[in-house]
Design a protein around this ligand. Structure first.
Ligand code: NAD
Length: 361
């Protein structure tokens, strides 16, 4: 297969980690007989420095012409970088918001996986972390409270702020379908999270999810209230496979799930639209404090590339090979600085990329 990929190295550690991810993709391609065809575009600070704007129309068109986008991270030190003296619409992050909108990315996926080798970084009690966990949060990204009508008015001399939470059945249906499709590639369980005991939007959410579930008799569906889910994530995260939820609940729960893994440099993510197209990126930022030193952890980006193979290209075997290689390298005791602990061997970003490549056979 020929995989047409637009790459956004971005700022800070972005170029270093994307280089490693490409190296790993090339390795998989040579082992399994595929061709990786990359085109780089500028976004964020790197684009501001060259074009004066965080994302050009030409870059957007290049991204749209590809099958998928693989991104590092964008942004600089928000206190010292001259990029943050610009008006908000010209700052690095505006590029990211624009590309998400242009590509119609409505589904955000964030896996939270505890590697047994990194269990020491998990802030939960050992009796809980010992069971391990491997879940994926599927968050609706373009509707709900963050996109509803909002205003602040004055009533009887007192200010009053109003935010509106709306969801249409079509918006719910398309994200639910994504959630069930992805559960089918995993352990076939969906936990739909809502607040149906209070909110109308949640009651509609629940009924549409139930309708969609009828087309997936092989996938188990359960409903959970968001407050209970927040508790269950720290009480017994091993119970979850795919958590399907709306925008604001997903925003909060996905950060909670990330925290319980304890390792920011390991967390991948994907944003998808209603085709096979996706934008794949690590969950962390551009880490300007460690940029250019070859010490960043490239694993989150490498695992994002594995998600790209699985979800855009349906290359499950190749994605498995990358994930297995990462596990093998960790098992062999190699760590970048952020996940290093006594008794393991510290390696840099490039070496970690090389080790993962060597483990793909
Ligand atoms: P950050 O995630 O970049 O860094 C937080 C801490 O984690 C830092 O100490 C950093 O060194 C460390 N870290 C992050 N990724 C690492 C990795 N792969 N290996 C080793 N250590 C790693 O968050 P921040 O410092 O709040 O933000 C820095 C910049 O990144 C800001 O400009 C912010 O706006 C931007 N940002 C971009 C994205 C994105 O591109 N999607 C996301 C979040 C933040």
């Amino acid at each position: 297969m020929v995989c047409k990929i637009t790459c956004i190295p971005g700022d800070g550690i972005g170029p270093e980690i994307v280089t490693q991810a490409k190296k790993v993709l090339d390795r998989v391609a040579s082992v399994y007989g595929h061709e990786m065809n990359y085109t780089d575009i500028l976004m964020g600070g790197a684009s501001i420095d060259v074009h004066g704007v965080p994302l050009t129309q030409e870059a957007i068109d290049t991204a749209k012409a590809a099958d998928a986008v693989l991104m590092g991270a964008i942004g600089g030190n928000t206190s010292t970088s001259p990029w943050y003296k610009l008006p908000p619409e010209k700052r690095p992050e505006a590029g990211l918001l624009k590309i998400r909108k242009e590509l119609n990315l409505f589904a955000n996926l964030r896996p939270a996986l505890l590697y047994p080798e990194l269990a020491g970084a998990c802030p939960l009690k050992e009796e809980i972390s010992a069971k391990g966990f491997d879940m994926l949060i599927m968050r609706e990204l373009t509707g709900g409270l963050y996109f509803g009508e909002r205003k602040t008015i004055t009533e009887n001399g007192k200010k009053k702020a109003i935010d509106t939470l709306t969801y249409s059945e079509d918006e719910i249906r398309r994200i639910a379908i994504k959630g069930f499709d992805i559960a089918r590639k995993r352990r076939k369980k969906v936990t739909s999270v809502d607040k149906a005991n209070v909110l109308d939007s949640s009651r509609l959410w629940r009924s549409v999810v139930e309708e969609v579930a009828k087309d997936y008799p092989d996938v188990t569906l359960e409903h959970m209230l968001v407050d209970n889910c927040a508790m269950q994530l720290v009480r017994d995260p091993s119970q979850f496979d795919v958590i399907l939820t709306e925008n604001m609940f997903g925003d909060i729960l996905s950060d909670e799930a990330s925290m319980v893994t304890g390792s920011i440099g390991m967390l991948s993510s994907a944003s998808l639209n209603d085709t096979k197209f996706g934008l794949y990126e690590p969950s962390h930022g551009s880490a300007p404090d460690i940029a250019g030193q070859d010490i960043a952890n490239p694993i989150a980006t490498v695992l994002s590339a594995a998600m790209m193979l699985r979800f855009t290209f349906d290359l499950d075997r190749e994605a498995d090979a990358i994930e297995q290689a990462v596990k093998e390298v960790l098992r062999a005791g190699y760590r970048t600085g952020d996940i290093w602990s006594e008794g393991t061997e510290k390696v840099g970003c490039t070496r970690m990329g090389d080790l993962i490549c060597e483990a793909i056979k």
